[in-house]
Design a protein around this ligand. Sequence first.
Ligand code: ADP
Ligand code: 5GP
Length: 184
Amino acid sequence: MSGRAVVVSGPSGVGKSTVCERLLADDDFELSVSATTRPKRGNEQDGVEYHFLSREAFDRKIADGAFLEWAEVYGGNRYGTLRAEVEGILAQGKHVLLNVDVQGAEQLRERGLALTTIFLLPPEPWEETLRARLGRRGDTTGEVLERRLQRAREELAEAEFYDHRVVNDDLERAVAAIRAILEG
Ligand code: ADP
Ligand code: 5GP
């Protein structure tokens, strides 16, 4: 069996990490752990949620061609998909989950990778939903939160370029909808 590369994008706070975590409970899925220059949040561990790199280390990897794509996402922080992660997971015959922003998805499409792209949408009124979810997560406040909401507006405009759009209203329903897409 050969695995598929599955991109899950959506605005900050919509529930990408939560949904990906649920999909990863299935043995045939594995997360491509990205590299980032952003600081760790809460209980995050190096090598689990991300490979946390200094800006210098990140830029060395760019120069080495280690990334399938990379982008500056928030506040000058860089995020990138490591070629070795994706190839390693696909070589095991598993589906690889890519939690990347809209710029990353576009670069992966341009590379001609066989992708299934899914955009997670917040239930309306979207701004209220994202504000509440980020507030509940508790690690994104003040100016950072406002910047993420501003960026969310731009990202939502990109939803139409994805293969599928799934509203993350009820978590179980959204996860079931994604499984159905991937089985279909
Ligand atoms: P993202 O990775 O997209 O930034 P997270 O997965 O961190 O978002 O989720 C943001 C917050 O929303 C978390 O507190 C999470 O528990 C909550 N959340 C995720 N999915 C749902 C849902 N379907 N309904 C209500 N809250 C949710
Ligand atoms: P966070 O800082 O909340 O973990 O993630 C912020 C944003 O970065 C999210 O929109 C997420 O999809 C995006 N992101 C995470 N990893 C990557 C990556 O490897 N490449 C790109 N382009 N975006 C990423």
